[in-house]
Design a protein around this ligand. Sequence first.
Ligand code: PMP
Length: 405
Amino acid sequence: MSRYNTVEQAPPIEVFEINKACLADPAPKKANLSIGVYRTEGGAPWLLPCVKKTEVAMSQDDGLNHEYLPVLGFEPFCKAAVSLLLGDVSTSPPVAEGRAFGVQSLSGTGALRVAAEFLARILKYTTFYVSNPTWENHRLVFFNAGFKQCNEYRYWNEQKRGIDFEGLIEDLKAAPANSVIILHACAHNPTGCDPTREQWKAIADVVQDKKLFPLFDSAYQGFATGNPENDAWAVRYFANERNIELICCQSFAKNFGLYNERVGNITFVVSDPSIIPQTKSQLTLVVRGMYSNPPNHGAKVVCSVLNDAALRENWMDCIKTMSQRILDMRVGLRERLERLNTPGDWSHITTQIGMFSYTGLNRAQVEYLISQHHIYLLKSGRINMCGLNPSNLDYVAAAFNDAVR
Ligand code: PMP
């Protein structure tokens, strides 16, 4: 008889289950379109050259050691992350006026967790809103951090295969003051559909009118358009142009290919710089009671790359390479489906952006693809475009065609 006898089996995490099932599938022809990681044309992970170069230099640097970082992280990294998001002193009023600061985090998830605990425990906010659909981890992270109520705002319109913007605005207008609104900064996961600039302006109007708190989740800066500045447009508009107080949770997993190094930052934008010391003091206790202090390696790498002109240029090239490869796969998949006269309209494959596409394939079609064609995707029909490559495009398109008919 064990003390643990009462522990019930928790439900599996879909994306990891599907990924595992694909890896275990002995079929010679298979495709993994599940987990959100970048893959080269050859289907392999990619260590960015600027990252490798920095790591080689670090390994030779006798000045480095494994001392603890401060609780709130490596300050030069946080500064670089804030500037990558908002701009520098010449372009961003919050940066110029000392109204923006960063806290290093355990990648994007850790950023969300610390931000959520701060909002729940210190600001005493209770309700958060997520888009329907959203990244499946938002709910778990926010409830674990102490939030009591999750509401959804409408986002995906199945008929249009695009954003239900009227529904979104209506739902935000009905949200109680101080609701935390989770907004995907760019490359919405899972739909691949972002609001237009005009639509972001209308969202900012509602956020301001209704006194809502915007929390941006920025896990794909650079992946939407290939240009990190463009991809930060919405956050910059809220912070720099509209003067709205906000939090933005940044992940460097995808755009630096540093998935397992857990490199992230929480950018805080405040209206009054005099409240920063007490805010940081509370964040210090949140982090101290959670994991005490963050890891060093990945943050040093990102900081070195962003602060060195040549390495930064190489990084910008890497971002272009990765986003262009995704675009090429979008075009390739759509072309093939249209050539096969696959029933339905497939234009959304190329209008959607970022790593993911909401294909519109239904549950039965997804199950058919997995069981009959060994093509692994989420039951929502979400595919990771990076799972496609020149050697499997024909196979995947033919299988989609077969599943739809
Ligand atoms: N937010 C969204 C929308 C994501 O898709 C992801 C990655 N799957 C994250 C946050 C966080 O990822 P990580 O913790 O690996 O940075």
